[in-house]
Design a protein around this ligand. Structure first.
Ligand code: KIV
Length: 320
């Protein structure tokens, strides 16, 4: 299908996007490491679709995490452990298509890497080949070191997710914090060191006191992305829906930067009213003249609701 067909999916690269892309070079794992070394924070958000990815690229994001939080944010489950591997790989590919110049991190879902090393490496590889991810993330402690070493040897960049690990919710009973006792804090620092030694190229730390973050930063020399772990981390991540006010109960560390819940509801209500009032505008299509059909008219040249001429091959033409 060509661009001239004017359907979604054949959408041309908008001019503002191409100019932004030329202004800013591609984000890579090495450019992130360089930023971390230079003390320049980088921004990461979760993302689960190509359209949002495109806008977040225009906004200047550096990393998009296709998190297993898609189980909650996209599929409506109450737990991240319900995320399906095939679905998450497909979402990852969509995000990369929307933001080819950003680092896209694929999140390995529950039971895609815990049951056996061979299976784990194959699944991680699928994130790179089918999902076009730049790096995979897995929730890990020091005991995952040998697996990380094998993935690294296979050519798969790994981000180790330490601190609070939501995939262990059945063991811990909640999505709470971590590292709040001396013993837990020491264990998290030891996990960080072991995972770096095993080959992780980044770490992500979730829901720990700032002192734990600082101890981890002291102990490692690779980029550390934080969520609810204080401002010292090299990068910061939030769940997109929390940031834009779409979740009903966002975590306390995720101050919303927009009220999209309201905007969604207003737009939805406005459409309900338009439909109720039959205020959807005339059909832009006239019948194709066919000899003997008795229907006359020119092809295309439809009018928008505002009465202006539109080009024949508009993006908003329906698929027929
Ligand atoms: O799955 C996810 O979105 C995450 C973030 C909460 C860090 O792991």
């Amino acid at each position: 299908m060509s661009e001239a067909d004017g359907v979604r999916g054949a959408e041309p690269v908008p001019s503002d996007m191409s100019s932004q892309a030329s202004e800013r070079s591609r984000v890579t794992l090495s450019s992130l490491a360089k930023m971390a070394r230079a003390g320049q924070p980088f921004a990461c958000l979760t993302c689960y679709d190509a359209t949002t990815a495109r806008h977040l690229a225009r906004a200047g994001l550096h990393v998009l995490l296709v998190g297993d939080t898609a189980a909650e944010m996209v599929l409506g489950f109450g737990r991240t452990i319900d995320m399906d591997l095939d679905v998450l790989i497909a979402l990852t590919a969509g995000v990369k298509r929307g933001a080819p110049d950003l680092v896209v991190m694929g999140d390995m879902p529950f039971m895609s890497y815990q049951a056996g090393e061979d299976e784990a490496i194959k699944n991680a590889g699928r994130f790179l080949t089918e999902g076009h991810a730049d790096i995979v993330k897995l929730e890990a402690d020091a005991s995952f070191g040998p697996l990380v070493a094998k993935m690294t040897r296979a050519g798969i960049p790994v981000c180790g997710h330490i601190g609070a690990r939501p995939q262990r919710v059945a063991m811990t009973g909640s999505y709470g914090s971590a590292g709040r006792t001396r013993g837990e804090a020491d264990a998290i620092v030891a996990d960080a060191v072991a995972l770096v030694e095993a080959g992780c190229v980044q770490l992500l730390i979730e829901a720990v006191p700032e002192a734990v973050t600082e101890a981890v930063l002291e102990a490692i020399s690779i980029p550390l992305i934080g969520i609810g772990a204080g401002p010292a981390c090299h990068g910061q991540v939030l769940v997109w829906q929390d940031l834009v006010g779409l979740t009903d109960r966002p975590p306390t560390f995720a101050a919303p930067a927009a009220d999209l819940a309201r905007a969604y509801q207003e737009a939805g209500r406005a459409w309900v009213v338009r439909v109720a009032n039959r205020a959807v505008g005339p059909s832009p299509y006239t019948a194709k003249p066919e000899p003997g059909s008795g229907i006359a008219g020119a092809v295309g040249g439809g009018r928008s609701a505002g009465g202006q001429e539109r080009p024949v091959a508009s993006r908003s033409e329906p698929r027929v």
